[in-house]
Each structure stands twice: as structure tokens, then as C-alpha cells.
Design a protein around this ligand. Structure first.
Ligand code: ATP
Ligand code: MG
Length: 449
């Protein structure tokens, strides 16, 4: 087994060795290298203690000295160098009460979460694989190191990490590990929401967002995203769908690009459906107004998970607008009015959700749905081409001209600008100075009468 290690990392290993210490690359970078994936970072484990590491390297950052971690800077990149350590008791299901430094690499590998994450490598000594991580990698399984029950009892975050790695690597969770997860889902309440968000985001942005179903099956979403359980339990007895809201949601996630905003938008686009479901006399389900009901629900979920405002903003917009123009009776003016509210700059993301939404539905009237989408694209192109006014800023006259025409500043000004925008959205050819001034006069006459 030969792993390619970057020059700058080799240099750190060599310096530690020259000073009489052991040093290995360890964890995710070893796993990813063997799998042919590009490691996100290179972690180093050593028997040198933090003060000794600091003595060897000129540029270091005290990342977590009490946990044994010193960041060594090399060519502007930071590498975490951590002393072999044994974790003490975990009384809070989150972090060890104490850590003890060790001189033995085996101790350090034993505290790691999964066998595929518990391998170390040295360019001359080769792979150190005390828990058969390589075999599990070949079998494509995530297996806890040692006794799975103990491992999840120590740190409940590992529950989410297990499913996240399964999603990122396309692996399955080994049965005993899975059983232990089930036993410990309650402990997720001890994990901070920031760490939950990190793992959930990695999972949904992975090549296998369908692992959401595993989260549900294992009882994890019941703890961290109960709204998803409602979706999994909401049938859609309509010819447009072939499955329940939850499975449809997963299909839509698989069809959008793996960015945070798109994947969360797909995850939450139908969050309003369970609350909106009605069944008619013929037994057909309807979900009227579910985007309007869903938008504040999506916001609540994302705020609870502490996502950033930019993501929350994009996701909420997509949840609210995902069904825009779904019927084929949309007029050009109706399209412009919609874009005026949604913001035409968001049309590409909206289109992506619409396409994915269609891809996750039954084949019933598929061609019509496709044709509706094509019509929307033509309307979009026409609107952009014509540089049609969609906001007050695009109007041929502004506050200054209106003031000159005798409109007092204040709420009346806003009212008139709003009216002029509606007037222009109806027909873009009306967006001339003369036309708008005469419409202003007419409007003033009516409201002042
Ligand atoms: P990523 O690609 O997400 O960085 P990674 O495997 O490197 O994956 P990190 O969170 O960077 O994951 O952790 C580095 C290593 O530390 C892991 O490979 C694992 O050996 C160990 N580790 C991290 N978190 C835990 C934990 N909660 N319990 C036990 N070991 C852990
Ligand atoms: Mg890492």
C-alpha cells in the first residue's frame, strides 16, 4: 500500500522523526487517499507532546493544547499535529472529561470513531491498520471501532457521522453498528445544534442524499428534523405522484446540484404539504397553498439549525416560488409580475427546482409539464431580451420627476410608484416618460377625487 503524501506534509513528518518522535498521517486523509478521493486536509498524529511540537516548528498555532493539537503552518497552509491520546470518561455523551497523552499509536487509533477512519500511514513504515479498516473499505461498510454501543454512548455525534460517511462514500452501515445507533438516538439531544448542522449539511450535499431515508429509518430525523418524518408519513394519492412526500423529496434532492442552498431547498420545498393535505370525494389528495404554508416552516427549521442568512434567504424564496407557473395558463404579464416579486435573477435556481420537482414525479402528463417549463424559459428569454421593467428602479421616471409633477414626498409617492410598476408590468411598451407622467396625472385625479 503506497499513499501519495504532499511535500509539505512529508516535511512535517520528517522533522518530527529527525527529532526522535514518531509521526503518521491519520484518519480522513488516509481513508480518502486509499479510496482515490482528494483528502480535504492532512492530519498528523505523533508521540511528541504539544510543547515539543511547538519547539520543533517555527510557525505554530495553539489550536487545542489541552487536547494535544498544535497547528503547524507550512507555506500558508495549516496542518493539525495531534499527540497520541486516550480519551477519558464521557459523562455528557459529547466530549471526554479528560484526555491523557500516550506514547503508543494503538491507543490513539482506538479512540477513533470508525474503522475506515482509524488507519495511520507512514511513508517508510506503511499502513497501520489495527481494526481492519482496509477490509471494511473493500466491503464498503462503516463499522464502529471496538464496541459500538460504548462508542455511541461516549459521543452521540458519531451517530450522525456514521450516516454522513455512508452518504459521502456510498457505504452501508454494518448491522451491529446500526443496532447501536438505534439504541442511542435519544442521546442526540446532548449534541450541539452547530455540530448537527455540520453533519446534516455534509450528508445532504453528498452524492447520496437518499441517505435521508436511513436517518428516518434509524429514528434520527425524529430527533433533529421531525418535519421530515411528517413528510415520509404523508401519502400523495394523485396521478401526478408515484410516492409519498418524503420519498418524492429525496428524489428531488438527487436531481439538484449539491450546493447547500439547492439541497436544503429541495429538502424543504414540500414541507408545507403534510399540513395542507385534503382528500376529495374521489379519494384524490390535494395540497393547496402548500408553498405559502411551507415557507415560514422552512424558515423555522433553518433558523433552528442555525444556517446562515444567505442560505435561509435563498431556500425560503425557492420554497415559496417552487410551484410558480405550474399551470399552463400563465400570461407574459403574469410571468413578469411573478418575476417582479421573486427577482428575475433567481430564475435559474427556480428553474432547477422546477425541473428536479418534475423529475421526481410520475410520468402522468410528463410531456405537458415539460412543455410548460419550456414556455417559462421562452418567457424568461423574452423578458430579459426586452429589458422589461420589473422593479421600481427600472421605471422611466423616478421620485424626482414625480416631485416635479406635483406629487408630495411620503407614502403617496410609494403608492404611485407601485401603481406605475403594475401599469408597466402589464405592458412593457408603457415604460416611457410621457406615458408614465400622464398615467400619474390620471391616477392622482382618481385618488384625489
Ligand atoms: P472530513 O473529510 O469530513 O474531514 P475526516 O474523517 O477527516 O472527514 P474529521 O472530522 O476531520 O473527519 O476528523 C478527523 C479524524 O478524527 C477522523 O477521521 C476520525 O479518525 C477522528 N474523529 C473525528 N471526530 C471524531 C469523533 N467524534 N469520535 C471519534 N473520532 C473522531
Ligand atoms: Mg478531516
Amino acid at each position: 500500500m503506497k499513499i501519495f503524501i504532499p511535500q509539505d506534509v512529508l516535511w512535517i513528518l520528517r522533522k518530527l522523526n529527525e527529532n526522535g518522535f514518531e509521526a503518521y498521517v491519520v484518519g480522513g486523509c488516509v481513508r480518502d487517499s486509499i479510496l482515490g478521493r482528494k483528502p480535504s486536509d492532512w492530519d498528523i498524529t505523533t508521540d511528541a507532546e504539544p510543547m515539543q511540537v511547538k519547539g520543533i516548528f517555527r510557525r505554530t498555532i495553539d489550536t487545542g493544547l489541552q487536547h494535544g493539537t498544535v497547528t503547524v503552518m507550512n507555506h500558508g497552509v495549516g496542518y493539525e499535529v495531534t499527540t497520541y491520546r486516550l480519551d477519558g470518561d464521557y459523562s455528557d455523551h459529547r466530549r471526554p472529561e479528560s484526555v491523557t497523552f500516550s506514547r503508543d499509536l494503538a491507543d490513539d487509533l482506538m479512540r477513533r470513531d470508525f474503522t475506515v477512519n482509524a488507519m495511520a500511514y507512514h511513508p517508510e513504515k506503511g499502513l497501520v491498520d489495527l481494526y481492519d479498516g482496509l477490509a471494511d473499505m473493500k466491503a464498503r461498510v462503516i463499522r464502529a471501532v471496538g464496541d459500538p454501543d460504548e462508542r455511541f454512548d461516549e459521543d452521540a455525534l458519531r451517530i450522525l457521522r456514521a450516516v454522513r460517511f455512508a452518504a459521502q462514500l456510498g457505504f452501508t452501515i454494518e448491522p451491529a453498528t446500526k443496532a447501536a445507533i438505534r439504541n442511542h438516538v435519544e442521546d442526540l439531544s446532548h449534541v450541539s445544534v452547530e455540530r448537527i448542522e455540520t453533519e446534516l449539511t455534509k450528508l445532504i450535499c453528498s452524492p447520496h442524499p437518499e441517505e435521508m431515508e436511513e436517518l428516518y429509518e434509524l429514528g434520527i430525523t425524529a430527533k433533529i428534523l421531525p418535519e421530515f418524518d411528517r413528510m415520509m408519513e404523508t401519502p400523495q394519492n394523485t396521478p401526478y405522484h408515484y410516492t409519498d412526500v418524503g420519498h418524492h423529496t429525496i428524489a428531488v434532492m438527487q436531481h439538484v446540484s449539491p450546493t447547500k442552498a439547492m439541497r436544503y431547498a429541495a429538502l424543504l420545498h414540500d414541507i408545507g404539504k403534510p399540513a395542507c393535505r385534503t382528500t376529495d370525494e374521489a379519494g384524490v389528495d390535494h395540497f393547496k397553498k402548500h408553498p405559502i404554508v411551507g415557507e415560514p416552516m422552512a424558515e423555522q427549521v433553518l433558523r433552528r439549525l442555525k444556517l446562515d442568512n444567505k442560505t435561509i434567504d435563498s431556500v425560503c424564496r425557492l420554497v415559496l416560488w417552487h410551484d410558480f407557473g405550474i399551470n399552463d395558463d400563465l400570461t407574459d404579464a403574469g410571468f413578469r409580475r411573478g418575476m417582479s416579486k421573486m427577482g428575475i435573477e433567481h430564475f435559474p435556481e427556480y428553474l432547477e427546482i422546477r425541473r428536479a420537482d418534475t423529475a421526481g414525479q410520475s410520468d402522468y402528463r410528463k410531456e405537458e409539464k415539460q412543455e410548460t417549463i419550456n414556455r417559462l424559459i421562452r418567457m424568461y428569454e423574452k423578458t430579459v431580451e426586452a429589458e422589461a421593467a420589473l422593479t421600481v428602479r427600472d421605471l422611466a421616471i423616478g421620485g424626482k420627476e414625480l416631485k416635479e409633477a406635483g406629487v408630495p414626498a411620503g407614502p403617496r409617492m410609494g403608492e404611485i410608484l407601485g401603481h406605475l410598476l403594475d401599469y408597466v408590468l402589464e405592458d412593457p411598451a408603457r415604460n416611457t416618460r410621457e406615458e408614465l407622467l400622464s398615467e400619474t396625472e390620471r391616477f392622482l385625479r382618481i385618488i384625489l377625487a
